[in-house]
Design a protein around this ligand. Structure first.
Ligand code: NDP
Length: 344
């Protein structure tokens, strides 16, 4: 299949690109600059040479019509995977820095496809557990999160702080996509992939650990000693490995039965304490940096994993997408190993 992948420089997109190429798809990926394209080329020399991988520069997805040219191709695209969206909290203006690129980026690519790429039959959008969770319910013991749940966040709440802004950006972007499907009745089906915190090895070009992607930062912080005296609160007690997230994106357009469905792609629960313990068990070299048994914080709430936190239902991702979830230990060990050559 001929596929357009947006945001090829990202943590999740780099794994998705690997899966696409391994499965024989022909891919064009968008990046913001030529420099970023050149870095990806270094990792995929043969695919670039044989024409299986190409690039289009899209400098800012928040601009109306940003994808108008990118969706045109010869041979034409049949599937589009839209992963590009800001995921960081380092923002001064929530509207401009988070909401606009997420929402305009999503509606913009859908409009461009409808207008100029009639051969596209499947669109997969990277959404998030952020669009599922109801933060006002806290740890919500007794509740089971499924694809039927929606974050009720309002625009006013979105503007209150960057954490709200990020969750709202994913919620509003995903809603806008389903609204588009309903109102515009395009020629293509939409699927969304909704992961919680994504851990796992980095395969994208990363010059320094200072620029490590947001969801992997806590693994690095634990090994660097940031939690030695006190662990940070876990926040979201759910995780998934990036390799499963990448497989989910590809299965979501390859499988006919995945059309027009939302997929809660989640491996299981974790706490920051378990994360630190998993590093300690596998890497003796960080022993002095990791929190001691008596350091406070980072645990499950009262009642523990069984009684203190929401449950999850990931059956759809297993039965429709065929995912076989990696274990937490494998994910954390492979993450740490991939950070070590960068100086961890
Ligand atoms: P990264 O920060 O590694 O990737 C984000 C990608 O989006 C990068 O390619 C980035 O480009 C691109 N991007 C951001 N803003 C813009 C913009 N204004 N114009 C053009 N491109 C832009 O993070 P992830 O790989 O983790 O995130 C990928 C997707 O997965 C996002 O949609 C995110 O919301 C979603 N997600 C991630 C989770 C996680 O835990 N990691 C959990 C749930 C969802 P550049 O490299 O040039 O900055």
């Amino acid at each position: 299949t001929r596929v357009l992948l947006t945001g090829g420089s990202g943590f999740i997109a780099a794994h998705t690109l690997d899966v696409l190429l391994k499965r024989g798809h022909s891919v064009v990926t968008t990046v913001r600059t030529q420099e970023k394209a050149d870095k990806i080329k270094l990792d995929h020399k043969s695919e670039v040479e044989n024409g299986q991988l190409g690039f289009t520069i899209v400098p800012d997805i928040a601009q109306e019509g940003a994808f108008d040219e990118a969706v045109k191709s010869e041979p034409p695209f049949e599937a589009v995977l839209h992963t590009a969206s800001p995921f960081h909290f380092n923002v001064t203006d929530v509207q401009k820095d988070l909401l606009d690129p997420a929402v305009i980026g999503t509606t913009g690519i859908l409009k461009s496809i409808k207008k100029s790429a009639p051969s596209v039959k499947r669109v997969v959008i990277t959404s998030s557990f952020a669009a599922i969770v109801n933060p006002s319910k806290g740890d919500w013991p007794g509740h089971t999160y499924t694809e039927d749940d929606w974050n009720p966040i309002t625009h006013e709440e979105a503007l209150q702080n960057p954490a709200n802004g990020y969750r709202a950006s994913k919620t509003f972007a995903e809603k806008a996509a389903w609204d588009f499907l309903e109102k515009e009745k395009p020629n293509f089906a939409i699927s969304t992939v909704n992961p919680p915190l994504v851990f796992g090895p980095i395969v994208h070009a990363l010059d320094s650990l200072e620029n490590l992607n947001t969801s992997n930062q806590r693994i690095m912080w634990a090994a660097q000693g940031k939690w030695k005296d006190e662990l940070a609160p876990t926040g979201t007690y759910l995780w998934v490995d990036v390799r499963n997230v990448a497989e989910a994106h590809v299965a979501a357009f390859e499988k006919p039965e995945a059309a027009n469905k939302r997929f809660f792609v989640v491996a299981g629960h974790f706490s920051n304490r378990e994360l630190a313990d998993t590093i300690g068990k596998n890497f003796a070299e960080y022993k002095d940096k990791l929190p001691t048994k008596s350091a406070p914080g980072g645990d499950y709430p009262e009642g523990g994993r069984e009684k203190g936190v929401y449950e999850i239902d990931n059956n759809r991702s297993i039965s429709v997408l065929g995912l076989k979830y990696k274990t937490f230990e494998e994910s954390i060990v492979d993450s740490v190993k991939s950070f070590q050559p960068k100086g961890l």
